[in-house]
Design a protein around this ligand. Structure first.
Ligand code: ATP
Ligand code: MG
Ligand code: MG
Length: 549
């Protein structure tokens, strides 16, 4: 990633800094506190904060809280937590609602310049006169109200004299503009609703287009970076700044992140939460930062993902597999290796003394530079192994257990399968082996070579664990693009719960801060629901890409 070439925004910034246009780079991340942040926001966070990390200057966190109906303090708090968790620190914590007084003054200024008017048309009337992209619109009958009348009406709007929807404040620009957004856009609407911060102080609220650029300007944001949907808003952004004569922030647009098998709008994610398709915003299947965190993703892996996908000017669809690749790569370097048996079958070592416990030593992470230290693993005559590691009638090139075959038990001994038992239905219930004493791992003097190594846990020492396996939340690549409701494409098998797994006793001290590799099985982390009595783990990702095309 160090050698990657500059993206187009970095090129603009380097030019602006080199030419002396700006002395200091100032960016902002402006979430609306109407939900939890998702992986798409992570891209915008990494971009905005990453730029000021690289070029100096700073990034503000601005809550774009102009819609009182959908915004909540819970969301403000979660959004802050998620940004910090990703590894970024903002300079100033700001709220668009703190600018309501200044924005009101700006609106009055526009009215005085005869560049805004109060319109008593209904929403339907406004739409009907708007024209089409190929036909000019028609000015409202209220368009030529006098400055005095507009000042009076706007202050009465503010003072609560009108019900919701009675009138709006509109910019007076150009009803024939080829850009529909320039055809007298609405700047303020009446909404008698309590705001999460300003309470009942206001009953008029600024529209996005009137709030965003002016807030950028007040903060002297040099590069206001947003997604491509806002390309057509740029003309209005520049018009308002110019007419108000305020600091000229500039807007730049990049392609939003679209991820396969995922929906990525807070509004849709909220539906999944409210309609109980998931357990909450931080359900490990959700593409939210909090869901990914609970699932076991690391900040490093998400930053790496954002770096790899890059910044482009054209929309595309990124493979979910790339996100999984990034976490797998990071966890391979950092995860503590332990043994867990997810589908247990009993293995009895017939020539090992019954009441004996032997303590074996396991390396925690052969991939780490310091090998991650070691841990103690108890061994005894009765073990749990994975059902799939035994075949009654072995296939060709089967190197695991079968009647008469030998395998190495990881960190322990080589065993030979002597016999097995079945129940009335023909299911194998028990495997009998003998062990070869001089094959102990690290001290093997036997000269015996076996091709297979399997994991195990000692039956009397094992801890019971619940393990939650996850799959994609949707069955189609682009749920948004399908016919009908996106929820029709939810994957009914996105979660599988294993109640009776067994895990090394070392894991009774498992920590949420540590990521684990269950040897041969995948990467796992302790779930928030876990208790000392019942350990619960989430599978972050399998060891290999299980659904690569
Ligand atoms: P949502 O539909 O999820 O609510 P939004 O754009 O309305 O998306 P905001 O809270 O307004 O959400 O977004 C804050 C910032 O994050 C904006 O600058 C926005 O452009 C950026 N952002 C949102 N979604 C994505 C995405 N999928 N990819 C990149 N950036 C995004
Ligand atoms: Mg938004
Ligand atoms: Mg939104």
């Amino acid at each position: 990633s160090e050698e990657r070439s500059l993206n187009f925004i970095e090129e603009i910034i380097e030019n602006d800094l080199n030419s002396g246009k700006y002395a200091t780079l100032i960016t902002r991340f402006p979430p609306e506190p109407n939900g939890y942040l998702h992986i798409g926001h992570a891209k915008a966070i990494c971009l905005n904060f990453g730029l000021t990390k690289k070029y100096g200057g700073y990034t503000n966190l601005r809550f774009d809280d102009t819609n009182p109906v959908t915004e909540k303090t819970e969301y403000v708090n979660s959004q802050q937590e998620d940004i910090k968790w990703l590894g970024f620190q903002w300079k100033n914590e700001l709220y668009t609602s703190d600018y309501f007084d200044t924005l009101y003054d700006y609106a009055v200024d526009l009215i005085k310049k005869d560049l805004a008017y109060v319109d008593h048309s209904t929403a339907e009337e406004i739409a009907a006169l708007k024209g089409t992209p190929t036909e000019p619109g028609i000015g409202s009958t209220y368009r030529n109200r006098s400055v005095e009348e507009n000042l009076d009406l706007f202050s009465r709007m503010k003072n609560g004299e009108f019900e919701d929807g009675i009138c709006t404040l509109r910019a007076k620009i150009d009803m024939a503009s080829p850009n529909m957004l320039m055809r007298d856009p609405i700047l303020y609407r009446i909404k008698h609703a309590a705001h999460h911060r300003t309470g009942d102080k206001w009953c008029i609220y600024p529209m996005y287009d009137f709030a965003h650029g002016q807030s950028d300007s007040m903060e002297t944001i040099t590069h206001s970076i947003c997604t491509l949907e806002y390309v057509s808003h740029r003309e209005l952004y520049d018009w308002l700044i110019e007419k108000l004569g305020i600091f000229p922030s500039k807007q730049y647009e990049f392609a939003r992140l679209n991820l396969s098998y995922t929906v990525m709008s807070k509004r849709k994610l909220l539906q999944l939460v409210n309609e109980d398709f998931v357990s909450g915003w931080n359900d490990p299947r959700m593409p939210t930062i909090s869901g990914l965190r609970r699932r076991g993703y690391t900040p490093e892996s998400i930053r790496e993902f954002c770096d790899r996908i890059g910044i482009a000017k054209r929309e595309n669809l990124i493979e979910l597999g790339l996100l999984e690749f990034c976490v797998r790569e990071h966890l391979n370097k950092t995860a503590t290796r332990v043994m867990a048996v997810l589908d247990p079958i009993k293995l009895v070592i017939t020539n090992y003394q019954k009441d004996q416990t032997e303590i074996l030593i396991g390396e925690n992470n052969p991939e780490a530079e310091d090998k991650g230290g070691t841990r103690e693993i108890p061994f005894s005559n009765e073990l749990w192994i994975e059902r799939e590691d035994f075949m009654e009638e072995p296939a060709k090139k089967w190197f695991r257990l079968a009647p008469g075959s030998m395998v190495r038990l990881k960190h322990a001994y080589i065993v030979k399968c002597e016999d097995f038992k079945k129940d009335a239905e023909g299911n194998v219930t028990e495997i009998h082996c003998t062990y070869i004493p001089d094959t102990k791992s690290g001290a093997d003097t036997s000269g015996i070579n076996v091709k297979g190594t399997i994991h195990w846990v000692s039956r009397q020492h094992a801890k019971n664990a619940e393990i939650r396996l996850y799959d994609r939340l949707f069955t189609v690549e682009s749920p948004d693009a399908e016919e009908g409701d996106f929820k029709d494409y939810l994957n009914p098998n996105s979660i599988e719960v294993i109640k009776q797994a067994y895990i090394e006793p070392y894991m009774s001290n498992a920590s949420k801060d540590i990521r684990y590799q269950f040897i041969r099985k995948g990467y796992y982390c302790l779930d928030d629901d876990s208790t000392p009595e019942l350990l619960i783990f989430n599978r972050t990702v399998s060891l290999k890409d299980a659904w690569a095309k």
